[in-house]
Design a protein around this ligand. Structure first.
Ligand code: SF4
Length: 393
């Protein structure tokens, strides 16, 4: 059984990993089961400082835009979707997407994460037009969009390969693909939570492989804490690490815990901070080939999110201008850029905004012109997120 504990002593495993050795799946299982939280954190932080600048922690500014909440699937853990025909279902007009982008730019943002439910009736041309509209009107914005379930559905609907769909979307303006829809890449669990039909573990991996072959970078995600066995988390980590060995196309690994309110799985016990931080640390130790690991303040809250920077994470993800999926399940936090920087500074790191694909750091001088131009687009509920604009020139 490849995902069973290796049975090696924890101290021996941590010693190996400190010397640059690679963990086996069995070792990762042993660490999750028997490792001491603080020992794991110290080892993960050592590895994090080997891979990334020890003095810096990064974040980005982008916005989640859910262009539709209509979905043909009924994942048990999801409180966001509406079935076709539901009066609460929507598809955002392009102009409304534009308003949200302008507000993102007004807050020094550099990108958007465009993701929906899986709408049954939207053809590939709709996605191309949406990307084209954004490209034409907001050429500075990074377009991170359409997770594997959406790509898979479009491919089936249009009778195209994953590669062809991604190539068409890329031509229309797509710049990278988010790792959503992975939850746990273990088909037994996927069948249990009704996520297998939207995308199997093999299909999720295959969409990502084809994206990387199309020379698009993607992120990898993991959502856990749905009552699954530990083996399922290990299988997930192994599959992500294997694909990264093959393609090198993942920029970051982002994990978070299942949020249960208003879902079909409210009876599942909550996953608390101890388990979250332990899983984060073991992820850093096991996934030695993806450079960046994010801390999930959006599900864990600001204080645990900040602590994640000492348990293997080097990045805090985005400030949240808008988030609809996690908040539909009862968890909602917001943060301004100034607060994000304060959180990082007080954890002992120098805070830096980064680009969406982590290629470089972003200065406020770079974003100020567009922030000025779109200041008028700030909605009353988001005015408190805006920082004073620096005087440039
Ligand atoms: S998680 Fe995504 S695919 Fe599943 S029901 Fe929700 S919106 Fe649909």
């Amino acid at each position: 059984m490849p995902f069973e504990p290796s049975g090696r002593p924890v101290a021996e495993i941590l010693d190996d990993v400190r010397k640059g050795g690679r963990l086996t799946a069995g070792d990762a299982h042993t660490l999750l089961e028997d490792g001491d939280l603080l020992e794991l954190g110290i080892a993960a932080h050592e590895v994090r400082t080997r891979i990334n600048d020890a003095t810096v922690a990064t974040y980005n500014i982008d916005r989640n835009i859910n262009y539709t909440n209509i979905c043909v699937y009924k994942c048990r853990f999801c409180a966001f979707y509406r079935q076709p025909g539901d009066p609460e279902g929507y598809v955002l007009p392009f102009e409304e997407i534009g308003d949200k982008i302008e507000e993102t730019l007004a807050l020094n943002g550099t990108g958007i994460l465009l993701q929906g439910g899986v709408h049954p009736d939207l053809p590939l041309s709709f996605y191309e037009e949406m990307l084209g509209y954004i490209r034409e009107n907001y050429p500075a914005i990074h377009l991170h969009a359409f997770s594997p379930p959406e790509v898979r559905f479009i491919a089936k609907k249009e009778r195209l390969s994953f590669f062809e769909v991604i190539a068409r979307l890329k031509k229309a303006g797509l710049m990278s693909i988010p790792g959503g829809g992975a939850e746990l890449l273990s088909d037994g669990v996927r069948k249990e939570i009704l996520a297998y039909t939207k995308v199997s573990a093999d299909e999720w991996i295959e969409v990502m492989r084809q994206a990387h072959l199309n020379e698009l970078r993607t992120s990898a995600t993991m959502m856990y804490g749905m009552g699954e066995p530990l083996q399922a988390r290990i299988e997930h980590l192994q599959r992500v690490r294997d694909l990264q060995d093959e393609t090198g196309g993942f920029t970051a690994f982002i994990s978070w815990t299942f949020q249960r309110q208003h879902t079909d799985m409210e009876e599942v016990p909550e996953t608390y901070a101890h388990e979250y931080l332990k899983t984060l640390a073991v992820s850093r130790l096991f996934i030695d080939n993806i450079q960046h690991l994010q801390s999930s303040w959006v599900t864990q809250g600001k204080k645990i999110g900040q602590l994640g920077l000492r348990f293997g994470a080097d990045d805090m993800g985005s400030i949240m201008i808008e988030e609809n999926v996690v908040s539909a399940a009862g968890t909602s936090y917001r943060m301004s850029q100034d607060e994000m920087e304060h959180l990082i500074t007080s954890a002992g790191f120098s805070p830096h905004q980064r680009t969406n694909l982590y290629e470089r750091l972003v200065t406020r001088e770079e974003t100020v012109e567009l922030a000025q131009r779109y200041r008028h687009a700030l909605t009353p509920q988001n005015r408190d997120l805006a920082s004073p604009l620096p005087i440039v020139g």
